[in-house]
Design a binder for this molecule. Structure first.
Ligand code: NDP
Ligand code: 8X3
Length: 251
């Protein structure tokens, strides 16, 4: 029987590429996101024969998260792999100029949303004494950069939750690990800069950024290790990036 992976934020970027990677690796998929049309298009783009179920919810809405996941049809209800990927940066301002709505969005989506989804799935993993959780962190969860304040805080929280989950769940046979990318060219910067395409594009100019597929391939590797091997915390950056603030850009 195929294993089932549930991926949040599957409508774009890293989540979308991960869905394609895990489809190639023979998983059944539960794909989550707010943009139903994107998920439907992705479902048509997977390896033929991939069982797929789409879930539409905002991770901020804890009742909607619980309802959607508890209502999964029987064939998809046992989640073997959870990829906690949904998230974004909203804005990039010095702390005294930060927008409260941006702060709410980042804490509510990147931190509380990840917790709501985990709460809906982890108890069944504990009951089965089996499961694998992959939290998508960031280099922003390892170091803080100017104007990154609250986004970095949200990703440091993901780092702490990843460690906390592992401490609490290893005795139940559950694997927990984080994949922490540096700069990946996705819709991330368009969201961060609120649709300013030019500013978003400039983030990825002058060097070769990671692609969503680069990260998805790593997630494919992580999930395909033998049961006794847990990749606990992995950082991946473009070769041109040495830290959040040190990026070698060609003039
Ligand atoms: P994208 O903007 O391309 O994708 C973000 C995904 O998150 C979308 O599928 C979006 O789906 C989903 N999402 C956002 N808000 C919500 C919400 N409220 N409820 C449900 N789903 C939501 O960005 P990336 O692929 O780059 O980002 C994926 C993850 O990778 C994030 O956690 C990000 O922090 C992390 N990351 C990204 C890096 C980068 O440089 N791009 C580097 C390091 C980490 P929809 O809008 O349809 O709901
Ligand atoms: C996304 C990478 O450097 O924009 O998490 O924060 S960065």
């Amino acid at each position: 029987m195929k294993k089932t992976a549930l991926i949040t934020g599957a409508s774009s970027g890293i989540g979308r590429a991960t869905a394609q990677e895990l489809s190639r690796r023979g998983f059944a998929l539960v794909l989550c996101g707010r943009r139903q049309d994107r998920l439907a298009a992705l479902a048509n783009d997977l390896d033929q024969g991939t069982p797929v179920h789409l879930l539409n919810f905002d991770v901020r809405d804890r009742a909607a998260v619980a309802r959607a996941i508890s209502g999964l049809p029987k064939a998809f209800a046992t989640v073997d792999v959870l990829v906690n990927n949904a998230g974004n940066a909203h804005g990039m301002d010095e702390i005294h100029q930060g927008d409260l709505d941006d702060w709410d969005a980042m804490i509510d989506i990147n931190v509380k949303g990840l917790l709501y989804v985990s709460k809906a799935i982890v108890p069944q993993m504990v009951a089965r004494k089996k499961g694998h959780i992959i939290n998508i962190g960031s280099t922003a969860g390892k170091e803080v950069y100017p104007k990154g304040n609250v986004y970095c805080a949200s990703k440091h929280a993901v780092d702490a939750i990843n460690q906390g989950m592992r401490l609490d769940l290893h005795a139940h046979g559950i694997r927990v690990g984080a994949v922490n990318p540096g700069l990946v060219q996705t819709e991330f910067s368009e969201v961060r800069f609120k649709g300013d395409g030019q500013r978003a594009a400039s983030v990825y100019q002058g060097y070769t950024p990671l692609t969503p597929e680069d990260v998805a391939e790593i997630i494919g590797f992580v999930v395909s290790r033998p049961q006794h091997v847990n990749i606990a915390d992995l950082v991946v950056m473009p070769t041109a990036q040495a830290s959040s603030t040190l990026i070698y850009k060609k003039p």
